[in-house]
Design a protein around this ligand. Structure first.
Ligand SMILES: [Zn+2]
Length: 164
């Protein structure tokens, strides 16, 4: 099975590799903002199309639950939460009784290009089969979120998102 993941569009570039039980996704956001506060339709989109992600656990400095956090968080962190929730869905759909995945997201734009995220998710061997499907579905959701924000942004620097 191919454990190398890759995706590119006008909006995002992602590559991922799995090694020693840990998936490392590198995500480069190509639109000119990197936080959901510039994507004001994000919360409503998720509430309507993927509400379970709003209930996912989040460990952050301010102790905000993800339902609050999602209104003002980095796009890489949003991706991490959706990806983990989709992984859980895929695993349960497959027949497992429960599913738990842990992830975290880092960025350092002094070292990396602006908008680059490093997303890490712990993946046990038995869960490798869910990676490809979850990757594709998460990207689909994120592209839809960006599309759904095209007309809502109040950011004067907003670059219209175009989906191929
Ligand atoms: Zn979180």
């Amino acid at each position: 099975m191919d454990k190398n993941l890759f995706y590119t569009s006008k909006n995002l570039r992602l590559s991922g590799s799995l090694s020693q039980g840990r998936l490392h996704l590198e995500m480069q956001v190509l639109i000119n903002f990197v936080n959901t506060k510039n994507l004001p339709n994000t919360y409503l989109f998720l509430k309507k199309h993927f509400p379970s992600v709003l209930k996912t656990e989040c460990f952050n400095e301010d102790n905000l639950n993800f339902e609050k956090e999602v209104r003002s968080t980095e796009i890489g962190h949003l991706f991490e939460h959706i990806f983990i929730d989709v992984l859980c869905f895929e695993k349960i759909k497959f027949g497992f009784n429960e599913a738990v995945f842990n992830g975290r997201t880092f960025w350092n734009w002094k070292r990396d290009a602006f908008g680059k995220f490093h997303i890490y998710v712990d993946i046990k061997n038995e869960d490798g089969i869910f990676l490809g499907g979850a990757f594709t579905k998460t990207i689909g959701l994120l592209e839809q979120i960006l599309e759904s924000n095209k007309f809502f942004s109040t950011d004067k620097n907003f670059l219209p998102v175009e989906i191929d």
